[in-house]
Design a protein around this ligand. Sequence first.
Ligand code: C2E
Ligand code: MG
Ligand code: MG
Length: 740
Amino acid sequence: MVSSLSGPPHAPAAAPADGGDRANLEFGRTVIERLDTPVWLFDIDRARVVWANPSGLRMWRAESLEDLVARDMSADMSASVRARLRQYRADFERNDARFSEVWTLYPAGVPTTLRVIFSGHRLDDGRMGMLCEALAEINDTPERLRSAEALLHTPVMITLYDPRGRALYRNPASRQARARGGEAFSDRFVDPADHERIVEALRTSGTALTQARVTTAQGHRWHEISARHCHDAVSGLPALLVSETDVTGHKAAEAQVRYLAEHDTLTGLPNRSVIAPEIARRLAAADRDGSRVAILFVDLDRFKTINDSLGHPVGDGLLVAVSRRLAEAVRAEDFLARLGGDEFLVCLSLADDENRAAAVARRILEVLDRPLRIGDLDLSVTASIGISLYPRDGRDLDTLMRHADLAMYNAKTLGCARWEVFTQAMKAEVEAQLMLESSLRRALEFGEFEVYYQPRLEIGSERIVGTEALLRWHHPTLGLVLPGAFIPFAEKTGLIDRIGACVLREAALQQRAWAAEGHDISVSVNLSARQFRDPRLAGIVADVVTETGCDPRLLQIEITESMLMGNDETSAATLRALADLGLSIAIDDFGTGYSNLGTIQRHPIDTLKIDRSFVATLETRPALAELIIGMCRLLDMKIVAEGVETEEQLAWLKARNCHEYQGYLFCPAIPADDFAELLRRQREILSAGGDRDARSPLWDLVPLVKRACDVDWSSPSAPSKVRRLEIGGAVEAFVRRDRD
Ligand code: C2E
Ligand code: MG
Ligand code: MG
């Protein structure tokens, strides 16, 4: 036991001394006892002095050795001092370390600053103790005393190296971090390049600041290292002062933050932010070895329906399950990421197999084929996949992604649950659509649209009682473009909202203008599905009625049967609101939809327009036309026949009490001015008492057809009336002659 030690330090018991040695030892003890230098032996584990020479006792202000030995020094010993002492002991164990430091001790509470030399010394029981010699009491300025203390206690590791990189001085923190064998500065770096970088920075600017992985007693750690050239205060020779702080914790936090930033929190897959650098790296690698890369866009089919109907937690669960399945379909070296929503991206290197892209796409469809268990639900999901290949389909990521997306979109239009490889034809189609979209915008801006009017005649009286507003586009290079070529697209892009509003307003203004001239003409306007679904529709129509001052009872809205399917409540409310405004509502193209008579009857609908396909096939399939007319009669509404081209058709309709008709037999859609001319002539005839056959004298005006494209000349059943026009010569010439 150390506490039994009452004499000066002695050699470990394991090495018994012979006669001569014993005499020498005795001499040594006497010398130490007599020394003016305070010397004491410290038991690090028990934080007690176990022995001191008389000078040491004086320094410690102890009355006797027993008094000193009884003092428990751990009471006011800070954790850092405790750790440092343990480090000293490790140093003593490791090598015969000996170092000198300025310490402030507190014997009986009085601060006493000393330069102390520490060395290792085995205690009685073989444990490593610490022999301390106080060289001198330091009566330095408070600043110096405090800075010396700070250097001892700071966690910053400070080391002074000589020009060959050997340590001249280490503060305790530096000593504590020093790894076995890591004596030289250059030996400390895990990556030698970090050391070279520091050396280079020192060479050029005299200082260096970097973060590097270094070998320490605690293993590999990240240190922030600041190094600068200086001079050794003792020798005056050049030296290198290095201070280091451990930033491993920050690095880990940084790595965590980076992980979170680069990964999708739901599926754990890399997210959009990583895609660009990762794919750039893969493309560069493919360039180097002349191989190809495939980009696969995977988009789940009808995911929104699942999400909306089963709730977001189920939707999230499905995405996680899908991401796991996708991982099954690719190899570890492939890149799988979540683009967002229900879109995933796979990047494959095709170095070893050119057909792998298709194989992986097939595999993805296969792995998704098995039901996915989400909670207690078994869900089925399919995906549409688009593939683009580097370098064939694009040389940069942006192009490749766009093309893969396009191919995916194509897979969707072809019925989903399939994959498509990008082709130039897909691109051409999209470009054409983009062109069309910008042309439509320009058309709106530059007023290239014009509303034409096709007369609607009462069959019994052969008088014009109404008209249908039909949109025409005066394209600067293509000439007159019919709505079939652009309305569906305008609907898809949403441009129909603006276009439709213009047509409605124009028709309302026209109705008012004709009314002002004394013509009670009902004007009907076609609505697209998108316009009809818009809950603001009734409000928009009401505004138009107010602003234009038109008579809402002479304004008619045409919708198709299909628009009434599904969204019953909204449709009902809209139709009711429109009817309340005074408008009449017609079902256009009647007979081509589901013809759910029950649905039609539930709404305030007053007109059915028999689709022209039934009129056209009247002669060949009269039974069908009879059926349609029969349905109209059942519903007891006004019946309008569309596309009447021959006298025979008209006679047939008249015989079945069809109320009104429109068609090329009388007149195609014509500009508003020409229509006004028709109305004027009709009035003249009627006022002249020619009310027996008001239509015939009006025929003179029919060549108001301005351009060939106003009429479908290619139709095999070219209308008799139109044919007559053709026989009469070129339409253009005819029109001019008629006009002039
Ligand atoms: P729709 O509403 O059924 O209009 C009747 C279509 O038949 C018109 O074609 C008209 O020119 C054509 N037509 C009239 N008589 C005959 C005939 O005797 N023989 C033949 N073969 N065709 C005849 P158009 O003007 O090309 O319009 C096509 C469709 O475009 C319209 O069908 C309508 O659904 C839509 N549409 C036209 N204007 C607008 C509009 O302003 N807004 C919306 N949303 N759709 C419109
Ligand atoms: Mg119509
Ligand atoms: Mg129609």
